[in-house]
Design a protein around this ligand. Sequence first.
Ligand SMILES: [Mg+2]
Length: 367
Amino acid sequence: MKIIQIDVFAKHLPMVSGYNMSSSTVGDPDTTVVALRTDAKLTGWGEICPTGPLPQVEHAGSIRADLDLLGPALIGTDPLRIGLIHDVMAATMDGGQGARSAVDIACWDLLGKYHNERVCDLLGGARMDPVSTYHVVPIGSPDGSAQLAEQLQEQGHTKLQLKSGGRHIDEDIDAVHAVANVIRPGVDLFVDCNRGWTVGEAIQVSRACRDLKFDMEQPCATYAECATARTHLHHPLVLDESATDLATIARAISTGVADGFGMKLTRIGGISGMRAVRDLCEASNTPTSCDDSWGGDIIASACVHVGATLTPRLSRGAWISAPYQAGHYDEEHGPRIVNGMIAVPPGPGLGINIPEGLFGPPIASFS
Ligand SMILES: [Mg+2]
């Protein structure tokens, strides 16, 4: 099979409800969709959608500039040889993990369509279907956050992520207490600061909440700061934004800096990169999630397919942004959360159908 044309599309994803983190508020993210068209008349779809210029290092403009470099280099290559596709991309540019990830996801979609297999089956098979997810409790008042946490548990959610940071830590401490006090047996709580605390603040929060059960996710801005805080914390430390590549993840595990990971598929090289993280975490008995920053049904489906293959007891869940979005690409088969779980789309590849013309004319096309 050969790639004969690559189309790049841009689409705003309107939101139905707010979503805030310590560093930014998400508002109508701008997604980039990649279509790999082949001489076999099959099209593979990939996607990457940062929440905005914050909090990740890539944004829509940088990703599209990267695709301008990668697109011409990929014409004529075989998308089923995904390792070789990564070689071509690595030989074209340094960096650009987001754009490379979108191409990787499209290749896996093609591989599945070509072999009439679901992506999760090509990855070894679904260990969970439906896949557990976690739900975010945005930054808010202690009472409001606790009320939402109760509602979400009522709906069947067994993993909750409380956002924190970006305000005085006394407010965070109050909110953590309020939410932790309504957490039911069997439900896991993560407190995700999205890099919002200093080392000292992370330690103070952990001490003030030392009798409460939760994991502390990415409390500080850098790997070094998290590593410094780690030895003083009373809570397991989960790395997200600082888990930038496989070598860093291996180091964080082997040095005891990280007790788990919040992983973004398009930060680590797409489905191929996340498969490696999955295997490393399984080998080292380390929990991980399988998420992405944001995105439509393409990225959601990729997260759910890989998330289904995680070892269940080490899974921190697959996360999708579908509940916050006003519209979807595939209303019938796109991944949706039902009772705190997400069913894996049934069809080959990513398992979703993208109608031609859905995204309007391409913003770039290579052939
Ligand atoms: Mg996180």
